[in-house]
Design a protein around this ligand. Structure first.
Ligand code: PEP
Length: 249
């Protein structure tokens, strides 16, 4: 039985003060333990968040990780550094990274491997643009995104990884994929893994991301292959984020 997981992606939002108060509000509302919950905060607030979360069920993640181990890579943050701040998760391949900062499939695969070297669970984001969906390229785009990571890390690596299906057209737009549209892609991803290793496929957590809110979370999370959500905007409000978490319980 797969556990549900709800992860907040704060993106480039927040302050020291907000990090402390939002973590505190989320923690005070954590009554159930039937699902896992995490927040991926900006790098500079990892220390504040790590202190606020100590000894609680709220876990910590980063929003990216370097594709190299260490050295002359100005501005980058290594997986070993993230490990020092108790990061359980690292998002890799978010569509904003892919489209604004040129994170290619190959660099996403290298980031995925770097996270795993430090026992950090990568949350690998995949998903198509509206144009790709309209041109019937959804599955081929996802295949390419997954193949790059499978080639670099191998199928066994997915025993310790999470996938987030995030249709680009649904991120931050208020447009959510319908429960059925999301389920169709999640099922496709799981079946794809099952062809190589049915056990890994059945254990793999596949999250949905794209304008998930308190009012649409329940329907999405009830679908057979949707194991929780990666939540952007709605994770900045403790009450709304907790309602989404409750929908996963
Ligand atoms: C995201 O940033 O991963 C995301 C899904 O954003 P939003 O929920 O705001 O669409």
């Amino acid at each position: 039985m797969r556990r549900k997981l709800v992860v907040g992606n704060w993106k480039m939002n927040g302050s020291k003060e907000m990090t402390a108060s939002l973590c505190k509000s989320i923690i005070s509302g954590l009554t159930q333990t039937g699902a896992d919950i995490a927040v991926c905060v900006p790098y500079v607030y990892l220390s504040d968040a790590a202190n606020a979360l100590k000894g609680t069920h709220l876990q910590l993640g980063s929003q990216n990780v370097a594709d190299q181990t260490s050295g002359a890579y100005t501005g980058e943050i290594s997986a070993a550094m993230l490990k020092e701040f108790d990061c359980t998760y690292a998002i890799v391949g978010h569509s904003e990274r892919r489209s604004y900062y040129g994170d290619s499939n190959e660099s996403v695969a290298a980031r995925f491997c770097q996270a795993q070297k430090q026992d950090i669970l990568p949350i690998l984001c995949v998903g198509e643009t509206l144009e790709q969906r309209e041109n019937d390229q959804t599955f081929s785009v996802i295949d390419e995104q997954l193949d790059a990571v499978l080639a670099a890390a191998g199928i066994e690596a997915f025993k310790s990884a999470v996938i987030a299906y995030e249709p680009v057209w649904a991120i931050g737009t208020g447009k959510t994929a319908s429960d059925e549209q999301a389920q169709e892609v999640h099922k496709y991803i799981r079946e794809r893994f099952a062809k190589q290793n049915p056990e890994i496929a059945s254990q793999l957590q596949i999250l949905y991301g794209g304008s998930v809110k308190a009012d649409n979370a329940k329907g999405l999370f009830a679908m057979a292959d949707i194991d929780g959500g990666l939540i952007g905007g709605a994770s900045l409000d403790a009450e709304g984020f907790l309602k989404i978490y409750q929908a996963a319980n």
